[in-house]
Design a binder for this molecule. Structure first.
Ligand code: PMP
Length: 464
């Protein structure tokens, strides 16, 4: 803390902001707007809290970027990185070599993932994991003598990363508009978002309707051309969209019917967030491939990968070389930190804590949020939740998008020591899994306070 304080204080906030604007291109950022305002400079963290360069304490209800599952300041992860850096900071896994940390992590991942998974391909990020998926499923089908099976189907408003294939799989129209995406043979169906597409139907009926959009698309394209379907168990970046309980089992049935590979993007949902180790277990699917990142190291160092089921790994193993890999596939330091992180999740019994204790408690406390006059719907799945802001609670009528009510609410959160993200007018949280009940209370009280402030401002503006 002393070091962090002295480092942060070596320049004023304004100086940090000026250097930031001068040299640092941020992800997904309007730099002209950022330069006018100046970035918020985060200087240190402990548990579920961050501190900025002005000394403000902030409750991080987003776990960094959906990743700091075990919270900040876990000394065991620091020690694992330090030890590994001293012993062997890097060696690659090409050319028939391997390293103990990568082997140990591969073994541990096979243990904590569902039984069909016995192998892992390491990447550095979720995006690279999904790029790997695209190449791997096409290579799988080509190896089986069906090279025409090249199409991957995903969902509008899904998020699968920012690389060419990741952003193509994703269904974010703003991303497709830049850089010539999607790449060929990627098709999208509508998302299982009851609030937007399903009102008038029961949630359960809508779940089946939305799953059947997949079957319609498969039949439209020709089942013999479809390689895989990919989705997030719960859409995260799209706005924490929790599908109806009927959706995923029906998706599984449809994939089985046509022999199509099912890919679960567990980059957000993995490592306990939904109350099971992986979101597919919560949703009741049996994926053939599973992308992970973020929570595998609690974000302390970058690491991602693809879990590969026996169905796929058997074919890969008997068809020569898969011409794919990264310098840092199986990076020893990242793997050592991931192993320490997974062992910590096991020792703390964190998945059961989420499923039996803190997840249900959060859901219960969010009922107070759902009662707020500005809130049309609250959805949660263990430690991820969405709060939909509406103009008219009784009619579930939304604000005009150009009013940017979500951003207005987010500004109140920022100003009051709470990090909550806005996706349109959907306020979202995904707090660290290590939260106590008292901390859930603190977070919910902050949310309610910020909703009150937002409502007051909207009233003053005459928008409600
Ligand atoms: N898939 C999902 C579901 C994600 O949420 C993300 C990142 N938010 C990614 C993939 C991409 O991961 P990364 O940013 O590590 O490339």
């Amino acid at each position: 803390a002393a070091y962090a304080a002295s480092r942060a204080q070596s320049r004023s906030t304004r100086q940090w902001q000026q250097a930031d604007s001068a040299h640092f291109l941020h992800p997904f950022t309007d730099h002209a707007a950022l330069a006018r305002k100046g970035a918020r400079i985060i200087t240190r963290a402990e548990g579920i809290y961050l501190w900025d360069s002005e000394g403000h304490k902030i409750l991080d209800a987003m776990s960094g970027l959906w990743c700091v599952n075990t919270g900040y300041g876990q000394q065991g992860l620091v020690d694992a990185a330090t030890r590994q850096m001293q012993e062997l900071p890097f060696y690659n896994a090409f050319f028939q070599t391997s390293t103990p940390p990568a082997i140990e992590l591969a073994e541990l991942l096979a243990e904590v993932t569902p039984p069909q998974f016995d192998k892992v391909f390491f990447t550095c990020s979720g995006s690279e994991g999904n790029d790997t998926v695209v190449r791997m499923v096409r290579h799988y089908w080509a190896s089986l003598g069906q090279p025409q099976r090249r199409i991957l189907i995903s969902r509008h408003n899904g998020y699968h990363g920012s690389t060419m294939a990741g952003a193509s799989l994703g269904g974010m129209s703003g991303m497709h508009a830049q850089g010539g995406l999607p790449i060929p043979d990627i098709h999208h169906i509508q998302q299982p978002h009851w609030f937007e597409h399903g009102q008038g139907q029961s949630r359960e009926d809508f779940g089946l309707t939305a799953a059947h959009w997949l079957e319609d698309k498969i039949l439209e394209l020709g089942p013999e051309r479809v390689a895989a379907f990919i989705g997030e168990p719960v859409q995260g970046a799209g706005g924490v969209i929790v599908p109806p309980s009927t959706y995923w089992p029906e998706i599984q049935r449809i994939c089985d019917k046509y022999g199509i590979l099912l890919v679960s993007d567990e980059v957000i949902c993995g490592f306990g967030r939904t109350g099971q180790w992986f979101g597919c277990e919560t949703m009741g699917t049996r994926p053939d491939l599973m992308t992970f990142a973020k929570g595998v190291t609690s974000g302390y160092v970058p690491l991602g990968g693809v879990m590969v089921s026996q169905r796929v790994s058997d074919v890969l193993a008997s068809h020569g070389e898969f011409n794919h890999g990264f310098t840092y596939s199986g990076h020893p330091v990242a793997c050592a930190v991931a192993t320490a992180n997974i062992r910590l999740i096991q020792q703390m019994n964190l998945v059961a804590h989420v499923r039996q204790n803190i997840g249900p408690y959060l859901a219960q406390r969010l009922q107070d949020v759902a009662a707020h006059p500005l809130v049309g719907e609250v959805q949660s799945c263990a430690m991820m939740a969405a709060v939909q802001l509406v103009q008219d609670k009784a009619k579930l009528q939304c604000f005009k998008p150009e009013l940017e009510v979500g951003m207005l609410c987010r500004a109140h959160c920022f100003g009051n020591g709470l990090i909550m993200r806005a996706v349109g007018d959907r306020m979202i949280i995904a707090p660290p899994l290590v939260m106590s009940r008292a901390q859930v209370d603190e977070m919910v009280n902050l949310i309610l306070h910020c909703l009150d402030l937002s409502l007051q401002e909207l009233q003053q503006k005459g928008w409600v």
